[in-house]
Design a protein around this ligand. Structure first.
Ligand SMILES: Cc1cc2nc3c(=O)[nH]c(=O)nc-3n(C[C@H](O)[C@H](O)[C@H](O)COP(=O)(O)OP(=O)(O)OC[C@H]3O[C@@H](n4cnc5c(N)ncnc54)[C@H](O)[C@@H]3O)c2cc1C
Length: 429
């Protein structure tokens, strides 16, 4: 197979992760016709994990990405590894009736374990730490969410602690929250380094990766599928679309099954030691349960890495992060005077029903997407599930048919009303 080093067509964001991760392997563009058993479109966690699990059963796996591994959300996220899903306990029971609920609960913990197992197995150097993950909030809704979930996990024997206002203030370093829960199973990593480490592991296991290779068209053939790329084409028996928040019109209707919503992140210059020691001194990661939740952590160089919403319509827009910095300062006045060094953003794949989706699109064609901001563990787990589905083995995540989000073309209006109402409810908590 020919890999032609090519001029990248897509720029990398100016992220902390891009500035600090090792360069990683560069995968050249496909510029010929090839055949493979399994083709995966998208080299984020979903695609790379699918390949790593599928290569155990076939010698012939190819991944293509329009950029390089980790260019999408997988190299841009907050690097927070939470076992906690965002839905309220009762709502989740409604979404996963009967035995499905226990299966999903099991999957949440297994997904976090899988991330750290893969890091260990393939010796991925990505600053992985398992110091715990915190959900914090204020007001009655957050108190209910946090209390119910922490009691639930404790009842399951998991190491999850409910922290009152005083303890929360001590553990996080802000007096803004009424309550929090800390889950000792959670942790953090450098997300782009994790992506690049998975890509290296794939390569070492025999997976062929082509970068700067955009899939343009898919058609069915007598023996499988043909995918035309910008400079070549691939015939395959089995196909996985792992494009999540960056899904385009490649497979008719797939982009209409999710809502891409921008999330932005900023990172400060390294904080002085006496300030850094007041914020998350146990170096857990933290996320809010709120109408418009923020999430944050301290990195290995003592930078505050702070994430919040994009524009009110859910877009990246001009990458204006003043609102986010102001929110960080409200929570942590001790960072006053600190300079911010990096701003970046990406598109989270959101599903209206808040379920991650393993979709069967056609014979031997699957997609995995829609992790609702919990994709570090869940996209990694989805890869394992996709590999099982390709092998006709039972999956922990149920296989669904694609369903279009009603009135999808108007989603920016829906995102706007969701964000504005979230802000209003947060004001009155
Ligand atoms: C700012 C931000 C912060 C986040 N924070 C967290 C967090 O702290 N914790 C957490 O658990 N989750 C977080 N998430 C979510 C998490 O990053 C994602 O759920 C996860 O990375 C999804 O992985 P993926 O492989 O499915 O998609 P991506 O990593 O987005 O990969 C999709 C790939 O498909 C490629 N692609 C698309 N179309 C084509 C095509 N036609 N041809 C070829 N290639 C194509 C893209 O180039 C891209 O590389 C965050 C997301 C964002 C944006």
């Amino acid at each position: 197979m020919t890999r032609t080093p090519s001029k990248p067509t897509l720029n990398w964001p100016n992220s902390l992760w891009q500035a600090t991760a090792d360069a990683g392997l560069n995968f050249g563009r496909l510029e010929e016709s090839i055949e493979t058993d399994l083709l995966i479109v998208g080299a984020g966690y979903t695609g790379l994990s699918t390949a790593l699990h599928a290569i155990e059963h076939t010698d012939d796996v190819v991944i293509i990405d329009q950029a390089q591994p980790g260019w999408g959300c997988s190299g841009r996220n907050g690097g927070q590894v939470h076992p906690q899903w965002k839905s309220e306990l009762q709502a989740l029971k409604g979404m996963y009736p009967g035995d499905q609920f226990n299966a999903f609960i099991q999957t949440l913990g297994d997904a976090v374990d899988l991330v750290f197992d893969l890091i260990n197995r393939y010796q991925v150097d990505c600053q992985a730490e398992r110091n715990g993950s915190i959900i914090a909030g204020r007001g009655n809704t957050a108190i209910r969410y946090i209390t119910q979930w922490s009691q639930f996990w404790a009842g399951k024997g998991k190491s999850v602690h409910l922290l009152d206002r005083e303890k929360t203030s001590e553990v996080i370093g802000t007096s803004q929250y009424d309550l929090s829960m800390c889950d000792d199973r959670g942790g953090s990593l450098q997300p782009l380094a994790y992506s690049r480490g998975l890509a290296r592991a794939c390569s070492e296991q025999g997976v062929s990766i082509f970068g700067d290779t955009c899939a343009k068209n898919i058609s069915q053939t007598a023996t499988g599928w043909r995918v035309i790329t910008d400079a070549g084409d691939i015939r395959c028996k089995r196909l996985v679309l792992a494009t999540n928040g960056y899904t385009d019109g490649l497979w008719p209707g797939l982009a209409r099954t999710i809502i891409p919503v921008a999330s932005m992140l900023s990172a400060t210059h390294p904080l002085p030691g006496h300030v850094a020691s007041t914020i998350l001194p146990g170096r857990q990661v933290a996320a809010e349960y709120a109408g418009v939740p923020a999430y944050y952590r301290i990195d290995e160089k003592n930078r505050l890495v702070f994430g919040w919403r994009g524009t009110l319509f859910g877009k990246i827009g001009g990458l204006k992060t003043a609102h986010l910095r102001a929110k960080a300062l409200r929570l942590f006045p001790q960072i006053s005077g600190t300079q911010w060094e990096y701003d970046w953003a990406g598109y989270v794949g959101v599903t209206p029903h808040q379920r991650p989706m393993l979709l069967k699109l056609s014979d031997n064609v699957y997609a995995g997407l829609g992790y609702n901001g919990r994709g570090v563990p869940m996209a990694t787990m989805m890869g394992k599930q996709l590999a099982l589905a390709l092998n006709n083995e039972p999956t922990a995540i149920a296989i669904d048919a694609p369903r279009t989000v009603p009135l999808h073309s108007f989603y920016p209006v829906g995102v706007y009303s969701r964000i504005v109402s979230g802000h209003i409810s947060d004001q009155f908590r």
